[in-house]
Ligand binder design. Sequence first.
Ligand SMILES: [Zn+2]
Ligand SMILES: [Zn+2]
Length: 325
Amino acid sequence: MESTTAYLERLRPAGAKRSGKRDLIVNVFLRQEDHLSADDLVDLIRREDQRIGRATVYRTLQWMVDAGIARKVDFGEGRFRFEHSYRHPRHFHLICKTCNTSAEFLSSDIEAALEEVAAARSFAARQSVVQIYGECEACRTGRTAPARQIPTELLFARDALRIAMATERSGLEFYTKAAEVTNNPRGRRVFRRLAEEEREHLARLEARYRQLLAADPDLESRPTFLFFRGAANGLFSAGAEELRAGVDARRALLIGIRCERGSHRFFKRYGERFEDSEGKQIFLEFADEERQHLELLIRESRAIGPPRARRRKRPAKRTARAGRG
Ligand SMILES: [Zn+2]
Ligand SMILES: [Zn+2]
């Protein structure tokens, strides 16, 4: 993954010289998880270096917006706030009008609906802003909200792993069941092999998940960031359900192909669109594993061949020529 320095080097305009002041301002800004006003940033910078003036901070902030390092957000307070985009996945906001805090989330259903509307109206969308105004849980219940912010990147990685694990679990269930119901020995071997692979992948993902949680004791209990309704129960659960009806190896392979293809597309599509981050990597690695499964299933399905023609009772006159179809 890209380091902060590499990230900044890439964004630095050609020919622009490094500036110590600007580097300091950018570095302080990138350490923040909050949505800061320009004056909040001035205060933070002054704590590090009293000699840096307000105008320099403002100018650098504008440069960061132009360079894509900072995003400008408007929470309806009559002034802008700024958040950095370094390893920070795009998101929507919940904004509490009582305590003026904001929380971030992303929903695949909302994004799909926005894309559908824009496409139907032939509209080239550049940016979509979704903000929910209201009162947060802490303000409504009097319970104190956790003071410490956890970087959205970590919540994103946590949720990406949860979705990938749910998919692996449903895939494991699907292939185990497919191996049970299939009579064809070749088909059964393939399904057993895939079940074994899903088991290994799942163990790997679980280890990675435990490692991620170990980095921060509060991470597991923080609210959901990624709302991916279609994927939450695993992209293979509908396929596993279909197997219950009793199917042959060919049919089971076709259902498997459909599930793997859906899963591959889902993880690739989202993975490619996310900013550089651990969550993005999890999605893309997973998309690649699903593609390998998909290719294996397609090969097997070809090897098993087309469905054998069913013997039908033919009309008496044609029995002489039967056996060709
Ligand atoms: Zn509040
Ligand atoms: Zn935000």
